[in-house]
Design a protein around this ligand. Structure first.
Ligand SMILES: C[S@@+](CC[C@H](N)C(=O)[O-])C[C@H]1O[C@@H](n2cnc3c(N)ncnc32)[C@H](O)[C@@H]1O
Length: 326
């Protein structure tokens, strides 16, 4: 996590980093819009809600990125009418490209989570994935989510880093760094040359600081929170939401994934055998199933790598203790 920055600076850096990351974002994170993508997203939303999602007529995604959640949920028929917002226009243009290719209709709006350009009570579902930890003014953002939800509407956010889960994930990352030279020898993979090295044929990065590309430098600054279950719960309740539900996801799969990503980052990606990617992918999916079936029902939310939250905007008017924004 980078040094604390002013609210405007965090937003500016988020725009710059995600604009730079947009083109390669899907391949970096293994995002897809086929059967697997649909299943992953539906499983995450089901875990957040604690039940299989009903169909939501009008849905708003916050920090939609390249469309992982919105497009997969549209294709799965979980949402009917979608508005995808993001602070980065680079990410939204990749999303719009995918929507066109998949024949899906999505309204894209460049907007900050803390200042949503929609009237109160506009949406049945307000949702997001891996976005809350980027928001410098989280209280204001939750107040906005509650405002644009219709009474009785649902809020669901998935894939937020948990404070303890994040700390636990440093163990496989460190172990992978120690094991990396031996791992490369076994796979006969040469060490990675610097991304900006013109000798490797890539375009040099826009700017370099201390040997790192601008994107790598910014990556350390864009994440401004890791959450505890209690802290997330408090944000939702302060915004006047009720039926707050916090759960955790990914433990062994997260460790495995982080270890592999750390190893891969030390080698030239094209020099790694296809079999390696196959093993990493299959292993990750197997451990995800283990986490889901065995560990998630047993262990407290705080130990998992990701936290999920769902809540509801009350049906009743504010005045009995709930502070629902108008
Ligand atoms: C880690 S990415 C996740 C993207 C997408 N939800 C996914 O799961 O692939 C976080 C996204 O949040 C967006 N973001 C960051 N700060 C934001 C803010 N203040 N308001 C709205 N979106 C923001 C970023 O531009 C980026 O697209």
């Amino acid at each position: 996590m980078g040094a604390p920055e002013s609210t405007d600076e965090v937003k500016r850096v988020n725009v710059r980093y995600h604009d730079l990351a947009a083109a390669d974002y899907d391949s970096k994170w293994g995002i897809g819009y086929g059967e697997l993508g649909r299943r992953q997203v539906a499983a995450k939303l089901t875990r957040a809600l604690g039940r299989r999602p009903a169909r939501f007529e009008r849905a708003l995604e916050i920090g939609a990125g390249t469309g992982y959640f919105t497009l997969n949920l549209l294709r799965a028929g979980v949402i009917a009418d979608a508005v995808a917002t993001d602070i980065s226009s680079g990410m939204l243009s990749v999303l719009a490209g995918w929507a066109e290719e998949l024949g899906l209709e999505v309204e894209t709006v460049r907007a900050e989570a803390e200042q949503l350009p929609f009237p109160a009570g506009s949406f049945d579902l307000v949702f997001g994935h891996a976005v809350l930890h980027h928001l410098p003014d989280i209280e204001r953002a939750f107040a906005e989510f509650a405002r644009v939800l219709r009474p009785g509407g649902t809020l669901a956010f998935c894939g937020e880093p948990s404070r303890y889960g994040d700390r636990l994930a440093t163990v496989p990352k460190r172990a992978a760094l120690v094991a990396a030279p031996a791992w490369r020898r076994i796979l006969r993979a040469p060490p990675r040359r610097h991304e900006g090295d013109p000798a490797c044929g890539h375009d040099p990065p826009a700017r370099e600081v201390g040997g790192l590309s601008e994107e790598q430098v910014l990556e350390g600054v864009v994440d401004v929170h890791a959450f505890t279950p209690t802290g997330l719960d408090r944000h939702a309740r302060r915004a006047g939401l009720e039926a707050v539900r916090i759960s955790g996801q990914e433990l062994t799969a997260g460790w495995f994934g982080w270890a592999n990503r750390t190893l891969e980052a030390t080698a030239e990606p094209e020099q790694l055998p296809r079999l390696w990617y196959h093993w990493a992918h299959r292993g990750y999916l197997t451990l995800q199933r283990l986490d889901r079936a065995v560990l998630e029902p047993l262990l407290p939310a705080s130990v998992f790598y990701n936290l999920l939250i769902s809540a509801r905007r009350p049906d009743r008017p504010a005045g009995d203790g709930a502070t629902v924004p108008a």
